[in-house]
Every structure is written in structure tokens, then in C-alpha cells.
Design a protein around this ligand. Structure first.
Ligand code: AMP
Length: 423
């Protein structure tokens, strides 16, 4: 496989798919530019080699051309960060993009308009009436898949090489994230530096973890973590289950959980997971007690309850000191740790203690030499909130992509560059 570090971009044009899907305020100011900064090493390498870049990204979820989601809002900031006057094309496959991409000189950068202004990027028909017949839907799908090929080919025609640095969309088989790779030979397609880092982190944990390997799973629902749990049962030595999802287990075991979050229909599956873990020799550690509140609010009255004996009118909202002690022992002995999901309602400062403590344990374990990966949505928000992001081995930038990877799914954005099959 080609590697970005070895490739000499001098005199070459590269189409770089990045994830510049940054949050904007009502005046279109960027409120968090982490994703732009994450792609800078890749863009700078190409430019400093004497290459030029055609940058493609999506922003938000537009359903067609929509000024609110224009990437022109970020052009000034990207130029400042890159220290290059980045040009902007107000389309992706129209005249503006074509002319500007063709005229691009070494050291120059061009940002295309939001790729998702085109239905072809996602390959899904738009504007179909809710009551459209199956035949109409099928025909529309076929049509957009056909025009997607032209769209993809057009994007590819701008460049000599394709670089995918958009881990945040690696779980999508879109035109610019996966399909485009087919138009470049093995020597001319590669991952960017961010993508390389993400893949290395995933492999370290999922392919060849140093043992003991512990996964810490939290969050609200068992239903959204089932596939993850099932995949992890084949890999981990310890599985810590905290947060709201624990209560489905306690209820299934015959416990009294008061008003705690739970999913009745997942109770049989919860018991099955416990049984499977036993068979596979995985040590599952559930919480033993919980800090319950008498309403779902920061100011709720607090009471420490046994997780199997929570009175009505009370709900488990944070991890208890006893559970944290148990988990500390497991975490400190681990050599590889994967953390996904808060172990309490950490958005309420009065119920954030458990999640903050877990973040501290993970940081301490890292200091002691463990490899620690924090990934997926809220746990990333939590580790940032507690200021410990630089005290763990790696914090993933891709929420959905990271989760799908932990579920054991093939990520199209990775597979396409590797020349492997994907759906
Ligand atoms: P998820 O998106 O499934 O990872 O869930 C994250 C959410 O789970 C966060 O917003 C937390 O506030 C929430 N959460 C964690 N523990 C609990 C709990 N015991 N009760 C209710 N919500 C919880």
C-alpha cells in the first residue's frame, strides 16, 4: 500500500477528502475547529512537497444546495490555519470547480463546495414523496446510483492521487469517501496522517491487544451497544458495564431498579450476554451500587442504593464509590483499555463524579504504561470536559466510525483505499 509519508507530491494534484464538518454558531463562526486542525498535517505535507490540493468535505446534513451549509463559511479559517490563501469553488463538478482545479499550481489549495449539496455524494435519491410507490423509489435509486458514477469520476479527474483523511466518515460508502478510490491505482491512493493514526489505534486495540484487555462501556442504552458487546466478548478479558445500560441487566436478574433507565425487551439478551461471557471466560463487572436521584435533574436529591434495590421514585444516575473501587482494580491491572460511554449522567455536574473518576483511572493506567483508546461520542466529550484528553494514548475523532469499527464492521473508507471489498 502507498503511504503518504513516502509519496512525493511534487508537481502532483491530490484530491484530499477531509472531515471539515465543524460546528458553526448562528453567525457562521466555527465554535470548535478540532476537525480542521486534525487534517492539517496531511494538507501541509502535500503542499510543502510542492503538490497542490483539491479539498473535499461535507458540512452538516443538507438535502440539496443550502447556503446555511456552505463551506465558504470556513474558508477564511482554513486559510489561516494552513497559512495559504485557499481558493473556493462554489460547486463540486461544475465549471467553477473544473476551471479552478485545472489551473491549480504547486503549493496552491482549492476547497470545493459542500459535497453533500449533491445527492450523488451519498448515492441516495432526494425529494421523493413519502407515499411514492416502491417502483418509483427503486427507479430513483437506480438513477442516482448511475449519476453517482459520473459524479465520482468527475471528482477523480481533478487529481493525480487520492488521499482519504476523513475518519469521521470512514463508515460511509459515499462517492468521495470510498467509491472514488477505484479511479486511482494502488500507488496513487493512500490514507492521510489522521486516518493512519486512527487505524493504528484501532488495530492496537482490536487486532493485537496487550493483555489484560479491558473494555469500559457506559451510556444510556443496551440496545445501541449490543453489537459492540457481542464483538468485544471475543476479544476482551474484562468488560466493565456502567451507566444507564446496566439497569436492564439488574432488572433482568430480578432486581428492583425503581425509575432507572431500562429496556424491558432487551432483558433476555442481557442475561444471554452474561451467560456468553461466562462461557468465554470474560469477566463482566457490573456496578454494585449506584448514586440515585429522585428526579432527572442536576439538583435532584441523592441517595446511595444497592443496584438491585432502588426504591420507586428514584433512579440510578451515577457510579457509586464501591463500583468505582472494583473498576479501579481492574483498570489498573490492564495493559489495553478501550473506553466508550459515560458511567453516569455526566452532563449534570452533581452526577459527573463517576465518569470523571473513570477518566482519571484511564489516565493513570496510561501513565503506568497501558495503551488506552477513548472513542465514540460522549466519552470523548467527557474526557475533554475533564481536561484529560492528552493523558490517554489516543482519543478518536470519529464517533460513528469508531463505534462501527468496535462493532467489527468493515469501514468502507478504509477498505476502499486498501482495495478490499466493502458494502
Ligand atoms: P450513549 O449515547 O448511549 O453512549 O449514552 C450517553 C448518555 O448516557 C449520556 O448523555 C449520559 O447522560 C447517559 N447516561 C449515562 N448513565 C446514565 C444513567 N444512569 N441514567 C440515564 N442516562 C445515563
Amino acid at each position: 500500500m502507498q503511504s503518504i509519508d513516502k509519496f512525493n507530491f511534487a508537481g502532483k494534484k491530490a484530491f484530499v477528502r477531509v472531515d471539515f464538518n465543524v460546528p458553526l454558531d448562528e453567525n457562521f463562526n466555527i465554535t470548535d475547529d478540532t476537525r480542521i486542525r486534525a487534517a492539517l498535517p496531511t494538507l501541509k505535507k502535500i503542499l510543502s512537497d510542492g503538490g497542490s490540493v483539491i479539498i473535499g468535505s461535507h458540512l452538516g446534513r443538507p438535502k440539496g444546495v443550502d447556503a446555511k451549509f456552505s463551506l465558504k463559511h470556513i474558508i477564511k479559517h482554513v486559510s489561516e490555519l494552513l497559512n495559504v490563501d485557499v481558493q473556493f469553488a462554489n460547486d463540486c463538478i461544475g465549471e467553477d470547480a473544473g476551471v479552478k482545479a485545472a489551473a491549480l499550481q504547486p503549493g496552491e489549495a482549492l476547497l470545493l463546495e459542500n459535497l453533500r449539496f449533491y445527492a450523488e455524494e451519498e448515492g441516495k435519491p432526494r425529494g421523493l414523496a413519502d407515499d411514492a410507490s416502491d417502483d418509483v423509489k427503486k427507479a430513483a435509486k437506480k438513477a442516482v446510483k448511475e449519476s453517482q458514477k459520473e459524479f465520482t469520476k468527475h471528482l477523480a479527474s481533478y487529481a493525480d492521487a487520492y488521499v482519504n483523511d476523513a475518519f469521521g466518515t470512514a463508515h460511509r460508502a459515499h462517492a468521495s469517501t470510498a467509491l472514488i478510490a477505484d479511479y486511482f491505482d494502488t500507488d496513487h491512493k493512500m490514507f492521510g496522517y489522521l486516518m493512519e493514526k486512527e487505524i493504528k489505534a484501532l488495530n492496537k486495540v482490536l487486532e493485537a491487544p496487550e493483555r489484560p484487555f479491558t473494555a469500559i462501556l457506559g451510556g444510556s442504552k443496551v440496545s445501541s451497544k449490543i453489537t459492540i458487546i457481542e464483538n468485544l466478548l471475543d476479544k476482551v478479558d474484562n468488560l466493565i458495564i456502567g451507566g444507564g445500560m446496566g439497569f436492564t441487566f439488574f432488572k433482568a436478574q430480578g432486581g428492583k431498579i425503581g425509575d432507572s433507565l431500562h429496556e424491558d425487551e432487551y432483558m433476555p439478551l442481557a442475561l444471554e450476554i452474561l451467560e456468553k461471557a461466562k462461557q468465554k471466560g470474560v469477566n463482566i463487572s457490573l456496578s454494585v451500587a449506584t448514586v440515585a436521584g429522585n428526579s432527572f435533574s442536576n439538583d435532584a436529591e441523592q441517595k446511595l442504593c444497592d443496584t438491585h434495590n432502588i426504591p420507586d421514585g428514584w433512579e440510578g444516575m451515577d457510579a457509586s464509590p464501591a463500583s468505582l473501587e472494583n473498576w479501579k482494580e481492574i483498570i489498573m491491572k490492564s495493559k489495553t483499555i478501550l473506553w466508550n460511554g459515560p458511567v453516569g449522567v455526566f452532563e449534570f455536574p452533581n452526577f459527573a463524579h463517576g465518569t470523571e473518576t473513570i477518566a482519571q483511572y484511564v489516565a493513570e493506567a496510561t501513565e503506568k504504561g497501558a495503551y488506552t483508546l477513548v472513542g465514540g461520542g460522549d466519552s470523548v466529550a467527557a474526557i475533554n470536559k475533564f481536561g484529560l484528553a492528552d493523558k490517554v494514548s489516543y482519543v478518536s475523532t470519529g464517533g460513528g466510525a469508531m463505534l462501527e469499527a468496535i462493532e467489527g464492521k468493515v469501514l468502507p473508507g478504509i477498505a476502499a483505499v486498501e482495495g478490499k471489498p466493502y458494502k
